[in-house]
Write a protein that binds this ligand. Structure first.
Ligand code: GDP
Length: 313
């Protein structure tokens, strides 16, 4: 991508999109195009068509999506399916119509079957049943992958897909009903510490395992793929290492400095038992993450403290 190239980052206010913008700015890109959701409703076919006609982006990072943690996914099942299908269909189709040179679509590790062998290799896609709590989201993301593959094979579009593992970092969602586990626990432990509460409720049994990648590492990997990858098969992005929810809860407790007890609420779902990515293809291409979990969580807690007013309304 030339430094003056017109680059559209869809979803620039979210954790992933904002990390991609930081990366592009760091690399000296000058023509980054963005729209907030109130300026452009990506679910609206006509509005997206007009936007692409007007702005004519040359490169697209498709990081716009309706996202959330286990409760949000399981509760707003229709919205997770409809919104994500519309967003990705509209953007991918208009990118084709207006001759976008390259597009990167971002999915999620939940596209893999619930009981797939671990670590998850790209070829395990569609080899078994999905985890039910996030099936609608997963179906939408699988459709996004298939759109990129189909537009590549029928029309020759250079559209690639990347599947990140669980992410964390600046501009995460700290709303306790909608958030993922790391921001939820940072907020809960912090508030319990401030209010001298003796216990913090943690969901499930603590035995599921998750892999976590810092959003800045993800942005770096997306940029790397945009520059160096143009294959049909999507690419996993992760660290290749995972921890139990219990381990990560203890780690956040220590970083925040909460001295009380954890109370495990097993009425809340565990979700999928494990989803560790096989990142050997990405490693073979020459990319590896640089932020380890402890350091990344310490940075994320500092970011939470600095932006608490914004994050917790
Ligand atoms: P998932 O990776 O799609 O399952 O999404 P989450 O990040 O929301 O949840 C990961 C795991 O953390 C699940 O086993 C949750 O039950 C567990 N967990 C423990 N405490 C919390 C919490 O306060 N919020 C969330 N979202 N998950 C929690």
């Amino acid at each position: 991508m030339e430094k003056q190239a017109r680059i559209y980052v869809a979803g620039h206010r979210g954790m992933v999109g904002s990390a991609i913008i930081r990366k592009l700015q760091e690399e000296g890109y000058t023509t980054i195009i963005t729209r907030t959701s109130s300026e452009l409703d990506l679910r609206n076919q006509e509005a997206v068509a007009d936007f692409f006609e007007q702005e004519r982006p040359e490169y697209v990072f498709l990081a716009a999506a309706k996202v959330g943690g286990i409760m949000a996914n399981n509760t707003y099942r229709a919205e997770f399916l409809y919104d994500n299908l519309m967003i990705e269909s509209n953007i991918i189709h208009q990118a084709y119509k207006t001759g976008v040179k390259k597009l990167l679509f971002l999915g999620s590790s939940c596209i893999y079957p619930k009981l797939a062998p671990q670590p998850l290799k790209e070829e395990y896609l569609l080899s078994g049943f999905l985890e039910s709590t996030n099936e609608p989201y997963a179906i939408a993301k699988i459709t996004g992958i298939k759109l990129c593959e189909a537009y590549r094979s029928q029309y020759g579009c250079d559209f690639i897909s990347a599947m990140p593992t669980n992410l964390y970092g600046p501009n995460d969602n700290y709303d306790l009903n909608g958030s993922h586990v790391l921001p939820a626990l940072i907020r809960k432990f912090h508030e319990a510490k401030i209010n001298n509460q003796p216990t913090v409720e943690v969901w499930g049994t603590g035995s599921p395992m998750r892999e976590f990648l810092h959003a800045d590492d993800l942005a770096d990997a997306c940029f790397f793929l945009m520059e160096h990858y143009n294959g049909e098969l999507f690419v996993n992005i992760g660290t290749g290492e995972d921890v139990t929810i219990k381990q990560v809860a203890e780690l956040i407790k220590e970083i925040v400095g909460f001295e009380g007890e954890l109370r495990w609420n097993t009425d809340k779902p565990d979700g999928t038992p494990r989803k560790l990515m096989d990142v050997s293809r990405l490693h073979d291409m020459g990319w590896k993450h640089t932020t380890e979990l402890k350091e990344g969580l310490e940075r994320t807690y500092q970011d939470f403290l600095a932006n608490e007013v914004l994050y917790v309304e």
